[in-house]
Write a protein that binds this ligand. Structure first.
Ligand code: AMP
Length: 334
């Protein structure tokens, strides 16, 4: 069977630099390299319900996710771009089958659940707990084998592999492929402005699609130590350099490092250099993003066409799964 590559981003906001460097760019390179693969990019709007219940906002964010992928050159002739909610009945049905064969004791070990539930249990919902199951369904519904992800998703891929194994054992047949994560060591965890993992919920993100002024403000908010302007600075602990390294040439980074070590080089100057570099590096994508966001009917058409293609594949596959589980008889499905 043709290998399938699949990845997704929640529609909780505009994709940030972490999403772009960690997943969008590596996926697009992968798609270009392996032309003989089936490729899927989905907008995880059902997942985003865990954090948001403003449907209009989720819908609007979905446009932002689509526009970001397209502005980085996603080839929609080759890749199916769709909203998760366009295959909601298929994906949630499969998620239920997985729920019913996956051990509770294994799911409570999920880092993402443990991390968020330790703060305030009154603010979390069951969706947060079963998030990895829905993600497993997203992947197994298409028998996707290669999954571009950031570091935070590695455990979820493990859970998906385990779910695939359990389902295969249950039916006595290798119906589900065990997926593998795809990532680069240098971009699997992009730091945010406070040095922790860049994330929409932590509000430490850099949104390269925001206006020049807003982008500058985000860069200026990068945390630095109290080293005085004249003093020498440590390049190895600088968040500015960690980010600069990801987009600037080695020569430019070395130049900044030398200035740090020499002293008389302020963080303000370093931040301005990073800001200018971001503007230059992504000038084309920023223009493209504006174009797509101002052409919602074009985005609607692209998403509509993606939904149609995804739905056909999801339906066929779900029928195959039902048949193998002998669910056709129970569910009274033709
Ligand atoms: P999310 O925005 O949580 O839906 O994440 C979408 C994809 O981006 C997932 O594969 C994440 O692992 C990846 N991702 C999110 N934040 C980062 C980050 N700071 N660095 C690298 N990858 C990230």
């Amino acid at each position: 069977m043709t290998k399938r590559i699949l990845t997704g981003i929640q529609s909780t906001g505009t994709p940030h630099l972490g999403n772009i460097l960690g997943v969008i760019l590596p996926s697009i390179r992968l798609f270009k390299k392996y032309v003989n693969t089936k490729q899927f990019v989905f907008i995880a709007d059902l997942h985003s319900l865990i954090q948001q219940n403003d449907f209009e906002q989720i819908q609007n964010n979905a446009y932002h996710i689509a526009a970001a992928w397209l502005s980085f050159g996603l080839n929609i002739e080759k890749t199916i771009l769709y909203r998760q909610s366009d295959v909601s009945s298929e994906v949630t049905e499969l998620a239920w089958y997985i729920n019913c064969c996956f051990p509770y004791n294994r799911l409570i070990l999920s880092h993402s659940f443990k991390e968020r539930s330790k703060h305030d249990k009154t603010k979390i919902n069951v969706g947060l707990f079963t998030y990895p199951i829905l993600m497993a369904a997203d992947i197994l519904l298409y028998n996707a084998e290669i999954i571009p992800v950031g570091k935070d998703q590695l455990q979820h891929i493990e859970i998906t592999r385990s779910a695939a194994n359990k389902l295969n054992n249950k039916i006595g047949k290798k119906l589900f492929v065990l997926p593998i994560p795809y990532f680069h060591k240098t971009t699997m965890l992009i730091p945010g402005t406070n040095g922790q993992k860049m994330s929409k919920s932590k509000k430490n993100y850099i949104n390269i699609f925001s206006s020049d002024d807003n982008l500058k403000k985000q860069i200026m908010s990068i945390k630095t130590d109290n080293t005085f302007f004249k003093e020498k600075k440590n390049p190895d602990t600088s968040i500015i350099i960690s980010l600069y390294k990801l987009i600037a040439s080695k020569e430019k980074v070395d130049k900044m490092k030398t200035k740090y070590l020499q002293g008389k080089y302020g963080y303000l100057e370093a931040k301005l250099t990073l800001y200018k570099c971001l503007i230059e590096t992504f000038s084309f994508e920023r223009k493209q993003f504006t174009f797509f966001i101002n052409n919602k009917s074009l985005l609607d058409n692209i998403l509509y066409s993606g939904a149609k293609k995804a739905k056909i594949i999801a339906n066929q596959r779900l029928n195959e799964i039902r048949k193998n589980f002998r669910l056709k008889e129970i569910l009274n499905i033709n």
